[in-house]
Design a protein around this ligand. Structure first.
Ligand code: C2E
Ligand code: MG
Ligand code: MG
Ligand code: MG
Length: 288
């Protein structure tokens, strides 16, 4: 009896494992198919200046519309793309889509300072990364000065000289760099003094706590002080409440991004009217 149960258990386990593997393999195949068939698109999340209320730019966020599974979340497919060696292809696609969209907006007369694009370490350390970026800008006609690349601290845990060289070359063309999820990595802060970084993006993990716990608030204050001393802008990610906005404004945090102002939007929804509406909402709090 026990034996039968056990074997049943094992069989069940084995089936479950192979289910998981199969599911993963299917998703990996679907991902490489998706890259060939235009299932990816970008949503854009507005970023606002807290003092003036102005919408200064947009972060481009990758979206995968699977034909029968619907929308698959980036936390799932970005990691999978990294593991399957598809992140470079995906990243190239994202950059191109962002530049094309940016060009279209400029042609429509929509004003913004920047579009921010997330870059994975594997893309960044490719030997032809600089020329790829410059080619994409040239082919799409998107101005380099309007492109911001978001890197994570993990980039600086590898070859820092190489990172510096790549960043210097792109900086000379007018492209700027932001550090995404600032404060969550394990790299030394030394990179801040050597590399051309113009913006720190405070991770939402810190923002979530600022109106509640002492340590989050102190970390945010210290980051703001450091950013200010190093002439970098600081942007708070994941701002969800009016209290958070008020506090960050009082602390002279330059920029913010979060559901309070706007969720990531389909590009068609980003119009002059929509921007004006977001800006009014930001100012309601600033002027209160
Ligand atoms: P991230 O770059 O830190 O992007 C911010 C994430 O926070 C986005 O999630 C955004 O939708 C979400 N978010 C924004 N405001 C709020 C808020 O007020 N509250 C909450 N709870 N969340 C907010 P998303 O779009 O799911 O992207 C997740 C991550 O996936 C990104 O984090 C980024 O690391 C990665 N990712 C997205 N697109 C790309 C891409 O094109 N390339 C690469 N390499 N990674 C990407
Ligand atoms: Mg980002
Ligand atoms: Mg981020
Ligand atoms: Mg994040």
């Amino acid at each position: 009896e026990a034996k039968r149960k056990n074997r049943g258990g094992y069989l069940f386990y084995a089936l479950e494992m192979s289910d998981k593997l199969q599911e993963r393999e299917q998703l990996a195949n679907a991902l490489s198919r998706a890259l060939r068939t235009e299932q990816f698109y970008l949503d854009f999340q507005p970023q606002v200046a807290l003092d003036t209320g102005e919408v200064v730019g947009f972060e481009a966020l990758a979206r995968w519309q699977h034909p029968d599974q619907g929308n698959i979340r980036p936390d799932k497919f970005i990691a999978l793309a990294e593991q399957e060696g598809l992140i470079v292809t995906l990243g190239d696609r994202v950059l191109r889509l962002a530049c094309e969209q940016g060009r279209e907006w400029l042609d429509q007369g929509l004003e913004f300072q920047r579009i921010a694009v997330n870059v994975s370490v594997k893309q960044f350390i490719e030997t032809d990364y600089v020329s790829k970026v410059l080619n994409t800008l040239e082919q799409t006609g998107f101005p380099p000065s309007k492109l911001e690349l978001e890197l994570t601290e993990s980039v600086f845990m590898g070859d820092r000289d190489l990172a510096k060289e790549t960043m210097d070359k792109l900086t000379r063309q007018g492209i700027c760099f932001a550090i995404d999820d600032f404060g969550t990595g394990f790299s030394s802060l030394l990179y801040l003094k050597e590399l051309p970084v113009s913006k720190l993006k405070l991770d939402q993990g810190f923002i979530r706590g600022i109106t509640k716990d002492h340590s989050s608030l102190q970390i945010v204050k210290a980051s703001l002080q450091m950013g200010h001393a190093l002439s970098m802008d600081v942007i708070a990610e994941g701002v969800e409440t009016i209290e958070e906005q008020g506090l960050l404004t009082d602390l002279h945090c330059q920029q913010a991004q979060g559901y309070l102002f706007s969720r990531p939007l389909k590009s068609q929804l980003i119009t002059a009217d929509k921007i004006a509406q977001i800006e009014r909402n930001v100012r309601l709090v600033t002027e209160a």
